[in-house]
Design a protein around this ligand. Structure first.
Ligand SMILES: Cc1ncc(COP(=O)(O)O)c(C=O)c1O
Length: 287
């Protein structure tokens, strides 16, 4: 639990109970903002620079001027962990919006962006990582700029809720029959030793973990093919897995009630999970 959320625009640290968020706020009223979720293992960030870089890319794409430099935000985020005495596994949620101003669609003048971030505990989901999860497929009804990590998550929220009600972990999105990504993760299909995934175009979020999965594949001499696969291809997949900062590299063992391969996490998925643990410096605690 975060003790000190931070309001970065004023480089101020405050207890979460003292934080009063204005109701005329563009994030609340228009979803006019961007965000990041950054993983923490044993009190240290994983892929911090990649997340900061993406935050700046997202902000630039929506013409939002962040009130700090990449260095400043990086130092503040490091300070945040220290002030919270963070030594466990967790995550930081960071959000920046176009600020607080009387409601009007057009950009407010002379209004500074709001930014806050806070820490939450997040134990690794070892059971799911070991056994794999199930998923459903849903039409991808999102807009054309999914590479922007925007606050507008309603299609993602609705799809994830449907997955949950179905007893599944994720919803796999598809557009015109082609799989894009999941509601809150990237998705990959393994066939004949090759890893297939949607290209890093405007149609998906360019996941920080996806970037690492591409590197792990190269390190393991596994072809990483950025070529969309179809919903129909899923039935013939040898393996399927997803990736995100909170879910890591997670095997998918059934989709819409049909088993993937033999219904167990596959060999290549296991290799990538191992590569992830090594890369993230994960220390396995025995209980
Ligand atoms: C839609 C979507 N795709 C992919 C991802 C994975 O991104 P990352 O690996 O940076 O966590 C996320 C993470 O939240 C997401 O929301």
């Amino acid at each position: 639990m975060s003790v000190y959320p931070i309001i970065l625009s004023q480089t101020m640290f405050t207890h979460r109970d003292n934080l009063h968020y204005p109701f005329e706020e563009r994030g609340l009223q228009f979803g006019d903002g961007v965000y990041e979720v950054i993983r923490i293992y044993n009190g240290s960030y994983y892929l911090l620079q990649e997340h900061v870089d993406r935050l700046f890319r997202s902000a630039e794409a929506i013409k939002l001027v962040l009130p700090f430099s990449k260095n400043e935000i990086t130092n503040l985020l490091l300070d945040l962990l220290e002030r919270n005495n963070m030594s466990e596994d967790g995550k930081v949620y960071l959000q920046s919006t176009r600020g607080s101003a009387p409601r009007d669609h057009t950009f407010p003048k002379n209004v500074e962006a709001n930014v806050y971030a806070y820490v939450q505990d997040l134990p690794r989901n070892k059971k799911n990582l070991e056994n794999g999860v199930s998923a459903i497929t849903r039409h991808d009804s999102r807009w054309d700029y999914c590479y922007i990590k925007s606050l507008n998550l309603l299609p993602n929220v609705l799809a994830k809720q449907e997955a949950k009600e179905n007893g599944s972990f994720e919803a796999i999105f598809h557009k015109d029959g082609l799989v894009t990504e999941c509601s809150s993760s990237n998705v990959y299909l393994v066939k004949d030793g090759e890893i297939h995934t949607h290209p890093a175009s405007n149609g998906i979020l360019h996941g920080c973990v996806r970037m690492r999965v591409e590197q792990f594949s190269a390190d393991l001499s596994l072809p990483f093919v950025e070529n969309s696969f179809s919903v129909d291809d899923i039935a013939d997949a040898d393996e399927l897995f997803l990736s995100s900062s909170t879910a890591e590299v997670m095997p998918i063992v059934s989709v819409d009630g049909t088993k993937i391969g033999n219904g167990q996490p596959g060999k290549i998925t296991r290799q990538l999970q191992e590569a992830y643990e090594k890369d993230a410096n994960i220390i396995r605690h025995t209980v």
